[in-house]
Design a binder for this molecule. Structure first.
Ligand SMILES: *[C@@H]1O[C@H](CO)[C@@H](O)[C@H](O)[C@H]1NC(C)=O
Ligand SMILES: *[C@@H]1O[C@H](CO)[C@@H](O)[C@H](O)[C@H]1NC(C)=O
Ligand SMILES: *[C@@H]1O[C@H](CO)[C@@H](O)[C@H](O)[C@H]1NC(C)=O
Ligand SMILES: *[C@@H]1O[C@H](CO)[C@@H](O)[C@H](O)[C@H]1NC(C)=O
Ligand SMILES: *[C@@H]1O[C@H](CO)[C@@H](O)[C@H](O)[C@H]1NC(C)=O
Ligand SMILES: *[C@@H]1O[C@H](CO)[C@@H](O)[C@H](O)[C@H]1NC(C)=O
Ligand SMILES: *[C@@H]1O[C@H](CO)[C@@H](O)[C@H](O)[C@H]1NC(C)=O
Ligand SMILES: *[C@@H]1O[C@H](CO)[C@@H](O)[C@H](O)[C@H]1NC(C)=O
Ligand SMILES: *[C@@H]1O[C@H](CO)[C@@H](O)[C@H](O)[C@H]1NC(C)=O
Ligand SMILES: *[C@@H]1O[C@H](CO)[C@@H](O)[C@H](O)[C@H]1NC(C)=O
Ligand SMILES: *[C@@H]1O[C@H](CO)[C@@H](O)[C@H](O)[C@H]1NC(C)=O
Ligand SMILES: *[C@@H]1O[C@H](CO)[C@@H](O)[C@H](O)[C@H]1NC(C)=O
Length: 710
């Protein structure tokens, strides 16, 4: 072992040399750092190296200069908890402090903002709170250049005079906090280098202040998702260096001035969506040659598209969804926009046909023209859109569905195809030669009053996850090949004239049987949300986010609800209402533990409501009204939350909440739910929901009902 001993000795010597060759840190600074450590309630393991008696210049996250003075503290994503000690402000050579991605709480010590040395201060993604104090007006100029306090919990008014002391300020990111009051404009009076201001996701109110136009170097101005009102002030357009401008999601109004917007000649990205702008899209927009993204969705714009839009040849995204624009899309020659990837003209009043020039945009991946007044047939040229993944033509007046499907089937990258609300009263093509559609995850041909049966070409769409054929006049049975759709998770065939019994094959759909099967569909987010459901109030950002749902409502199905329905353990929503189903509700429905919606209303179901349904802890909508059920309504669990209308139209059903109270003979002694047990369950459900994220599902299903966007 002498060799190994020697090696160890050599290593120690080497370490000693390395350690001593790093300049020993200043005792005073070590003490400031140890005070910082002492304020932490959770140090994420840095105490291992932060030992008194060692050189602090070699501590984790510390960098010193040649003189042994600390110049950088970089402790990101360390799981630090507790408060930031003001002692860091005593490090007189500290120029970079980065404490981002921790769980630090309390205030931001004024000593850091007013530090005479800190140039870059990044405390983003923590839990810091309280107000930011104004700097004492008597201090001399401060060197701060970059301040990132975003994604914290700061409140109160934003400092204003403070910035006048920071002549070298370049960037402030204060987004995603709870700042209130007016946006200050003092940044601009005296800050020649000030380039980036992100105040998005706060609670700023009032008008856009005058003075921003003096920010001659400002390249990025973002104040989206606040409560800012009033017009775009003329002065704003003097900030001619602006490349990125976003006031999305505020209460701005007025017009977008033709003569002014063109002054911002460097604009690359504009987002004024979700405001109340009216008037026309300015003609001068064609002079903004650098423009790549134009978002003015959900406003009150009217008039026609300016043909000059075709001069913005760098455009990648145009989103004008949800305005009152009129005229023909062909006002613009899209051949000149070869970079286009995303085009959203949905929910306007456009008329005419789809201009052929759109089909020359071979990089287009997302095209939404839904809810306009377009008409005509698709032409073969749409097959040039090799890259297209999302196509929505819903709610227009397009004709010839057979031709449409034959043309679209060869689009190899198409993932989502929404063409409902067209082709009125045509026949559903049954043509076996409709194949292709290799990568379709979602297809919606609803609201067309189509006749015929569920076509067998659908069975070839091996990746299909979302299918909507609701509101047609389809007849015949549910085909038995339905169980071959290995990825089907959302099927809406409601409001047709489908008949026969609910087939065994339906109970064999793999995705509905198990929530363990990985979703094959594209997890990438859509560039904009997609609306679904008859009310269009369900909003999804990915195909993956669609809930596992079966809606067979409003058809002519007969027979019993098969016992095997209990196999569909992954189901979140089941709707069998408005059919001619009879016999008893199978007990096995109580196996569907993920169910949030169960609608069996308007059938001829008999017998009692299975008491075990009280064990469905997520059930938030339940309807068995207008059947021939009898006996007592189960007590406890979610049943205490259902209104009496859920049970109406079953004269032999009894319950304390119904007109028909139960007499002794009717009370089902087999469900002894004491009140206490029930309260415990409610508390459990609430606690479970809050802490373990019904999150995703709740988001998708319940919240979207209340936030009816668009
Ligand atoms: C670190 O060591 C110095 C010198 O031994 C001592 O004065 C000081 O109190 C120590 N600091 C802490 C926080 O233990
Ligand atoms: C701070 O660290 C994070 C995480 O490494 C990094 O993303 C960020 O850019 C740093 N901040 C600055 C201002 O350099
Ligand atoms: C904070 O903002 C600065 C300036 O924009 C940026 O350089 C830094 O990367 C940001 N920090 C994080 C964690 O993103
Ligand atoms: C500001 O920080 C947030 C995260 O807190 C980030 O999403 C945003 O992109 C940043 N803004 C800029 C301009 O970098
Ligand atoms: C806002 O901050 C929270 C908490 O740090 C974070 O989870 C969220 O992603 C941030 N949102 C944005 C838009 O940056
Ligand atoms: C914009 O700048 C010009 C020239 O610097 C100045 O004359 C004009 O008054 C400014 N406009 C506004 C609205 O402040
Ligand atoms: C929308 O614009 C029209 C003019 O095009 C105007 O009459 C109407 O008041 C505006 N509506 C809102 C809510 O601003
Ligand atoms: C559109 O522009 C292209 C190329 O600039 C041109 O060839 C074509 O004729 C134009 N189309 C229309 C309808 O003006
Ligand atoms: C289309 O996209 C490809 C790949 O992203 C790119 O190489 C090509 O330059 C783009 N074409 C145009 C005309 O923008
Ligand atoms: C739709 O197109 C058909 C045939 O072209 C026409 O008869 C009908 O009036 C149009 N409907 C609407 C609402 O424009
Ligand atoms: C059912 O579908 C037809 C078209 O086939 C439609 O006219 C009707 O409004 C739909 N009913 C409901 C309740 O949506
Ligand atoms: C079930 O489907 C019917 C018929 O389509 C519809 O009227 C009803 O609202 C649906 N139930 C739920 C809970 O969505």
């Amino acid at each position: 072992m002498p060799y190994s001993g020697l090696a160890t000795a050599a290593l120690l010597l080497l370490l000693l040399i390395v350690a001593t060759s790093a300049m020993a840190c200043v005792e005073q600074e070590k003490s400031s750092l140890l005070q910082f450590l002492a304020e932490l309630s959770h140090d994420g393991g840095i105490a291992m190296s932060w030992q008194n008696g060692t050189n602090c210049c070699v501590w984790e996250g510390i960098t010193c200069n040649e003189d042994g003075a600390v110049i950088e503290v970089r402790l990101t994503s360390k799981g630090l908890e507790g408060q930031i000690a003001p002692s860091l402000g005593e490090l007189t050579s500290l120029s970079r402090l980065n404490l981002s991605y921790n769980s630090l709480s309390g205030g931001l010590p004024a000593e850091l903002m007013s530090s005479g040395s800190i140039v870059v201060l990044d405390v983003s993604f923590n839990r810091l709170n309280g107000d930011l104090q104004e700097l004492n007006p008597s201090v001399s100029d401060r060197p701060l250049q970059v301040l990132n306090i975003s994604s914290n919990r700061f409140t109160g008014e934003f400092p204003s005079i403070t910035w006048e002391k920071m002549r070298n300020l370049v960037a402030i990111n204060a987004s995603n906090n709870s700042f209130t009051g007016h946006i200050p404009s003092s940044f601009c009076s005296n800050l020649p280098s000030f380039a980036v201001l992100d105040l998005g996701y706060n609670q700023f109110s009032g008008n856009i202040p005058p003075g921003i136009g003096k920010c001659s170097a400002l390249r990025l101005l973002k104040a989206n998702a606040n409560n800012i009102r009033g017009p775009l002030p003329g002065d704003l357009f003097n900030a001619t260096s602006l490349e990125y401008l976003s006031f999305a999601n505020n209460g701005l109004q007025g017009t977008i001035d033709d003569a002014l917007i063109v002054k911002l000649i460097n604009l690359v990205f504009v987002d004024l969506g979700w405001n109340r702008f009216s008037g026309k899209i300015p003609n001068s927009i064609g002079q903004l040659k650098r423009l790549k993204e134009l978002h003015i969705c959900s406003n009150n714009l009217s008039g026609e598209l300016p043909s000059s839009l075709g001069d913005c040849t760098k455009l990648v995204t145009i989103n004008l969804r949800g305005n009152k624009l009129t005229g023909e899309l062909a006002k613009v020659n899209y051949s000149n926009l070869p970079n286009l990837k995303t085009l959203d003209f949905a929910s306007n009043h456009f008329t005419g046909k789809i201009p052929e020039s759109i089909y020359s945009c071979s990089n287009l991946t997302w095209l939404r023209l839904s809810s306009n007044r377009l008409h005509g047939q698709l032409t073969k040229n749409i097959q040039n859109l090799n890259s297209i993944t999302f196509l929505s033509l819903s709610y227009n007046n397009f004709t010839n569905i057979k031709n449409t499907l034959h043309i679209l089937k060869s689009l190899r990258n198409l993932n989502v195809l929404l063409i409902g609300g067209n082709f009125m009263h045509e026949a559903m093509p049954q043509d076996e030669t409709i194949d292709g559609f290799e990568n379709i995850f979602g297809i919606s041909i609803h609201d067309c009053a189509l006749t015929g049966k569920i076509p067998s070409w659908l069975s070839k769409l091996g990746n299909l996850a979302v299918l909507d054929l609701s509101n047609n006049k389809l007849r015949g049975p549910i085909p038995t090949w339905i169980n071959s759709l290995n990825f089907l998770k959302y099927a809406d065939i409601s409001n047709n004239s489908l008949s026969g019994e609910i087939p065994q094959a339906l109970m064999e759909i793999p995705m509905l049987k198990s929530d363990k099967i990985a979703d094959n569909s594209d997890p990438r987010a859509f560039p904009f949300p997609v609306y679904a459901g008859a009310c269009l109030c369900f909003q999804y950002r990915t195909v993956t986010a669609f809930p596992k749902m079966l809606n067979l409502g409003n058809n002519k199905f007969t027979g019993a609800i098969p016992m095997e329905i209990g196999e569909l353990k992954a189901l979140v929503s089941l709707n069998l209402s408005f059919n001619n189903l009879n016999r008893e509700i199978p007990q096995s429905i109580s196996n569907l533990k993920n169910l949030m919606v169960l609608d069996l209303s308007y059938n001829h179901l008999t017998g009692a409501i299975p008491p075990a349904l009280v064990n469905l802890h997520f059930l938030s909508e339940f309807n068995v009204s207008h059947n021939d059920l009898k006996g007592s309504v189960p007590i406890g669990g979610q049943f205490s939350t259902f209104p009496s209308s859920s049970f109406a139209g079953n004269p032999e059903l009894c319950s304390p909440i119904l007109l028909h109270r139960c007499n002794v003979a009717e009370v089902d002694l087999s469900s002894p739910n004491s009140t206490k047990e029930y309260i415990n369950k409610v508390i459990f459900v609430i606690a479970f929901c809050v802490f373990f994220g019904v999150g995703v599902l709740y988001d998708q299903i319940v919240l979207s009902r209340y936030f009816r966007l668009n």
